[in-house]
Design a protein around this ligand. Structure first.
Ligand code: CS2
Ligand code: MG
Length: 405
């Protein structure tokens, strides 16, 4: 019995922000959808899928998900990399979607069935002034969430990651022909962030989980200082304190603080996080289900993490589509190591293309029980809203040198 792939389509759509959609159709008419969005580099991954992978997928057996993964991963020879792995991730998602639809089961059943009833989620609160941040936190908690990530402005700076002055909804990529240039000063940030977060903790009390993202900006010793200063606030985690490439930095941070550490949204294979996990340098691995080769690969990462009591907590910003979010929640239902799901939420217009199926109730996400990933796509609406150039910002320190955004 085979289920041959007959057609592979790539659609770059922009319902308020850009997404790369992959549609795989089999000879017996089953359609699977995948997401291959790499924020700010959408056309590169679309071309890779359309020009290099689609032609070699046609005629393959859609049922052989792991074999296709191995074929594409080993077959590229160059291995790893964000574009390659997002493309493989999109194909993997679409094939799991097809398998679920062919067998009339939600994907979590095919992964071994539920190990939990629902997946804990957090979302973002953002405000330039602390008073605005507290309002935003209240709004998040008012929606029933039990965990909130707080990001505030920094006095003396005009721009900061995660916050837009005067605008409630933050979106990292800006529509423009060139990246916006932001400014950054770690000293100013380190002076202000602990005070703002302490106000948030005092405002919400002890029971709400509080998180914060430093977005790769600090040196190891600055990171250690921040972790230590925030210890009394009992954060759920402190995210991306330092760039993940320097993995030994986490040993230094760990020597100084018991604040839990999360990292990994830019990882794209198990090789990027293996040493962090087995050396217990981190507490949460944030690898995104699509960016790291799909469900097939990320479940291996989380199974490795499980051996070391590290939890999986996938990246879930608005720049990965509701298809990736659905795949993440399906995996979360079936993965013992799953600890938390980022759920940033989406601009309303995204709903013109995606009907996601998963539900956010009382601060927890539950997977759709529909066959496959459970996401309905309005293909016409996607085609009617074409790609619109947008980039993530770049950042410079006050002396004008480029730093990590
Ligand atoms: C972030 C992201 O969600 C997060 O934790 O760090 O917003 C990140 O900046 C974007 O996904 C980049 O595209
Ligand atoms: Mg982050």
């Amino acid at each position: 019995m085979t289920n041959l792939i007959s057609k592979v389509d790539v659609i770059v759509t922009s319902p308020a922000r850009n997404y790369v959609l992959l549609k795989i159709t089999t000879e017996d008419g089953v359609v699977g959808w995948g997401d291959a969005t790499v924020n700010g580099r959408e056309l590169a991954v679309a071309s890779y899928l359309r020009d290099h992978l689609a032609p070699i997928l046609v005629g393959r057996d859609a049922d052989r998900i792991e074999d296709t993964w191995q074929y594409l991963y080993r077959g590229v020879y160059w291995r790893r990399g964000p574009i390659n792995m997002a493309a493989i991730g999109a194909i993997d998602l679409a094939l799991w979607d097809i398998k679920g639809k062919s067998l009339n089961q939600p994907v979590y059943q095919l992964l071994g069935g539920k190990v939990r009833d629902r997946v804990l989620a957090y979302t973002h609160a953002t405000g330039w002034e602390t008073s605005e941040l507290l309002e935003s936190v209240d709004e998040v908690l008012g929606r029933g969430l039990r965990a909130v990530r707080a990001q505030s402005g920094v006095p003396g700076l005009s721009t900061v990651y995660g916050v837009t002055r005067g605008i409630k909804r933050y979106e990292p990529a800006k529509r423009d022909l060139r990246p916006l240039e932001e400014e950054w000063d770690s000293s100013a940030y380190l002076r202000h962030a602990p005070k703002a977060l302490a106000e948030v903790r005092a405002h919400i009390g002890d029971e709400v989980e509080l998180l914060h993202d430093a977005h790769h900006r600090l040196t190891p010793i600055q990171a250690a200082r921040l972790g230590k200063e925030l210890e009394p606030l009992h954060l759920f985690w402190l995210e991306d304190l330092t760039p993940t490439e320097n993995q030994e930095a986490f040993d230094l941070i760990r020597e100084h603080t018991t604040t839990p550490l999360a990292v990994g949204e830019v990882h794209n294979t198990i090789w990027d996080c293996k040493d962090l996990i087995i050396n217990q340098r981190i507490d949460y691995v944030r690898t995104c289900v699509m960016h790291a080769g799909g469900i097939s690969h990320v479940r291996k990462i989380f199974d490795l993490a499980d051996l070391y009591q590290v939890k999986g907590a996938p990246h879930g910003p608005s720049d990965v589509s509701p298809l990736t979010m659905a795949a993440s929640v399906q995996l979360g239902m079936a993965s013992p190591a799953f600890g938390m799901q980022e759920y940033m939420g989406y601009p309303e217009q995204v709903g013109t293309v995606f009907s996601p199926g998963y539900r956010l109730v009382d601060g927890y996400l539950t997977a759709s029980d529909a066959p496959g990933l459970g996401v309905e796509i309005d293909e016409d609406a996607a085609r009617e809203q074409p790609y619109d150039q947008a980039y993530l910002p770049v950042a410079r320190t006050l002396d004008g040198a480029i730093t990590n955004w």
